[in-house]
Design a protein around this ligand. Structure first.
Ligand code: KIV
Ligand code: ZN
Length: 518
């Protein structure tokens, strides 16, 4: 059977990074972009160049480095945004400008434009973008709540002005699969010129229907799916790349469409995005959750031993999970570690490998067998040489009789400082010690602990989310000692918050731009 090709447009670095707390560093963005490019993503939306100097630099550098993906930047419907976007993406082998404006009644009210004024703005801005770049995507934000007549009218205007891709966003995750298919089908059938452009679908997950809506849109004629790794994104997130890609692969019998994605790279990028964004993947998440291929009950295990297809509709290997994996131990060397990480989809530079090797040896001294998940947890440790706060030592006294006490030495801006603090339990005492040494007004929003593998020597991964004056940062760490992991995750979140605090200080650029300037 010949299959229609569906383009995969990944917006992890733009829409995904908009999730509160998911800010990534410049180097992390470059790394994720490289992984997306290597796995065969057709278009990478690398950021929103006008939003900040940092976004502009990231989009420009990703554009320069991309080997095969088209690199796209986002721009509101004004010349300044579009010019800035072009300045960043023009370095790419294949650049794209993505410009958008909110077209539903609620969104039209924000810039306070009449329907006619907005139509004129769309014509002018798309024309301007097309004069700069041959590849222009236009989106009517909140398309699924826009009146049909007006939507059809502005889509036609954008096509006539030179848009080559028309994206139909379900910005608030409101649509349902039948509507999603019908809307695209009707636009293609009724809008003059629609047959000459590609229609795209961009679904948010507020009702948990994003993936189903995206696949339905493909049935309706869309040939570009916008998505993010792990479904990262505003509120409940976006369509998850791994879900649509695997659904098309596994159910090719009823959905005869193919993508260019190398699915064996899915697990590695999923885990890397979880780490750098600070958003852990829920255990029962489709495709990439820890339990997605785990079989607990006797009946299931028995069935699996007889024939894995009894309870699995895809093979773990298809998404990059090694079928059988031999654990490493304390005698394993650098070459074995490098080979194992490569198997898991990570090709580290020498200095990165050295850093992970030191942590691997330290872990192997404390834990008999180091499994793939342990290594993944090691990779989640986001400590960087530039961190202002570093944990030097921690000793905690806890038990049935309190008070629980933490003795801590922190390095702050290169100087060691020490304290002893008490608290309601060992973690509280530890966090109080950090606060005593480094006073801050950040509020703890989330504290979450997960065991990485089985056994009492299992590592714990801890995620901590902190908020200060509307800025949010997430930290993660792993250790066989849960309290140490907690301390490191807390300090990691604080370090990230400090970077954000500096970036939003007067004189520095900020990301707080509004859609009003659209
Ligand atoms: O959800 C949305 O409408 C968007 C647009 C900017 C395309 O992300
Ligand atoms: Zn979106």
């Amino acid at each position: 059977m010949t299959k229609d090709r569906v383009l995969i447009f990944d917006t992890t670095l733009r829409d995904g990074e908009q999730s509160p707390g998911a800010t990534m560093t410049h180097d992390e963005k470059l790394e994720i972009a490289e992984m997306l490019d290597e796995m065969g993503v057709d278009i990478i939306e690398a950021g929103f160049p006008i939003a900040s100097e940092g976004d502009f630099r990231a989009v420009s550098e990703i554009a320069m480095r991309a080997k095969s993906a088209t690199i796209c930047g986002l721009a509101r419907a004004n010349y300044k945004d579009i010019d800035r976007c072009w300045e960043a993406v023009k370095h790419a082998r294949s650049p794209r400008i993505h410009t958008f404006i909110g077209t539903s009644p609620l969104h039209r009210a924000i810039p306070n434009l009449t329907k006619d004024e907005m139509a004129e703005r769309i014509h002018d801005t798309v024309t301007h973008a097309r004069n700069l770049c041959d590849n222009v995507q236009w989106s009517p934000m909140d398309a699924t709540r826009t009146e049909w007549d007006y939507l059809a009218r502005v889509v036609e205007i954008a096509i006539k002005a030179g848009a080559t891709t028309i994206n139909i966003p379900d910005t608030v995750g409101y649509t349902a699969p039948v509507e999603s298919a019908d809307l695209i089908r009707r636009l293609i059938a009724e809008v003059p010129g629609a047959d000459a452009v590609i229609f795209a679908t961009h679904c948010h997950n507020d009702l948990g229907m994003a993936t189903a809506n995206s696949l339905a849109a493909v049935e309706g004629g869309a040939r570009q799916i916008e998505c993010t790794i792990n479904g990262l994104g505003e509120r409940a997130g976006n369509t998850a790349l791994e879900e649509v890609v695997m659904a098309l692969k596994v159910r090719g019998d009823i959905m005869p469409y193919e993508t260019g994605i190398d699915t064996r790279k899915i697990m590695a990028i999923s885990r890397r995005v979880a780490t750098v964004s600070g958003f852990p993947v829920q255990f029962n998440k489709a495709i990439v959750g820890k339990n997605a291929f785990a079989h607990e009950s006797g009946i299931h295990q028995d069935g699996m031993l007889k024939n894995s297809e009894t309870f699995e509709i895809m093979r773990p290997e298809d998404v990059g999970l090694a079928g059988t994996s031999l654990p490493l131990g304390k005698h394993s060397g650098r070459a074995a570690l490098r080979a194992k990480l490569k198997d898991m989809g990570f090709e580290l530079a020498d200095n990165q490998l050295n850093d992970v090797f030191v942590r691997f040896k330290d872990l192997a001294d404390r834990k008999k067998e180091v499994f793939d998940d342990d290594l993944m947890a090691l990779l989640t440790q986001n400590e960087s040489g530039d961190d202002r706060l570093k944990l030097k030592s921690l000793r905690v006294i806890c038990g049935t009789t309190g008070p629980q006490t933490a003795e801590m030495v922190l390095e702050i801006d290169g100087e060691d400082v020490a304290t002893t603090a008490t608290g309601d339990g060992p973690v509280d005492a530890t966090f109080n010690a950090v606060k005593a040494l480094f006073s801050h007004g950040a509020r703890l929003q989330l504290y979450q602990v997960n065991a990485v593998t089985e056994g009492t020597d299992a590592q714990a991964t801890v995620s901590v989310r902190m908020e200060e004056d509307g800025r949010i940062a997430t930290g993660q760490s792993a250790d066989t000692d849960t309290v140490v992991a907690s301390a490191k995750a807390y300090i990691n979140a604080l370090n990230r918050l400090l970077v954000r605090r500096e970036k939003s200080a007067p004189g520095h650029d900020t990301k707080e731009i509004s859609y009003k300037d659209a």
